[in-house]
Design a protein. Sequence first.
Length: 334
Amino acid sequence: MKKKHIALILAAAVMVLAGIVIVIKTINKKPEPEYVFTYAENQSDGYPTSMGAYYFASLVEEKTNGRIKILVYTSGKLGREADVVTQMRYGGVDFARVSLSQLAEFSPALNVLQMPYIYNDAKHMWSVLDGEIGDYFLNLVSEVDLYGLSWYDAGARSFYNSLKPIRKLEDLEGLKIRVQQSDLMIDMVECLGATAVPLSYEEVYSALELGSIDAAENNWPSYEDTDHYKVAHYFCEDEHTRVPEMQICSIHTWNLLSDEDKAIIRECADASAEYERKVWNERVEKSRETAIDNGVVVTSLSKKEISRFREKVQPIYEKYCSEYMDILNKISEQ
Ligand code: GCU
């Protein structure tokens, strides 16, 4: 064969190969996303609710073949919880996971689900949230321009402080206790004889360190993840509340989506909630261990003391729940 023919054959082969590469690249190329949404989370990256958010975003991307991309912003980068809820009502943030305390400020009926001592234990809370009462409240947030997707776990909240071990009601007297920015939580702490100081989550560490507050209340993972255990060494496992958390979507975002996409998002939100509950339980144990290994003094309350605490907070049931007695009764019967 002449050299010229060999060169022509080689050139043709190179062109065919190049063609094949272009076709493969085109086939494999991910389409540009049709939607890019934001997701607000105020906990740090490795925290169970953030892990749930990342899982949710990756499932949605996978199930829509990249058509819907959700960018998760952790550590409060999109703002404090209360501001995030406000932004979402106007479409400024698309998705979030927030504490019910903040949502109840906009939709007061939700207070029912975070009343002190309303659940006997975690199992009781989940039987309520996973049932028709939980669904009713997920739907209720549409009255404030949100779409409720799923419930996340935030365990039980207990008091911790920098001054002394708490063993009885009188030990709380006069303590300056940080509470969430929620009227119900302010009233609860005041009923217990302490002074309530409403602050955002981000402000608690320095307030404890500087001594402008003596105490706060939260679950084990928050206490540990935020380093509060380094500045408040006394943790009383009184478990006065269980404040569930909700994964929500702005109604403006929700209305953009097709029915098919809505179904995918609901399915992914449920799967992420299941995942979060699993990692939550693992983290509670680890956080408790870390705190104790670092010298935290853990106390608990006798049954008699718990009933004294319960009795003290009864007035807030009248103030916040008188219109929802039927729901309260259903919860206690469950
Ligand atoms: C929990 C909850 C947060 C909330 C915080 C608080 O850690 O997960 O979303 O902001 O409580 O006490 O404010």
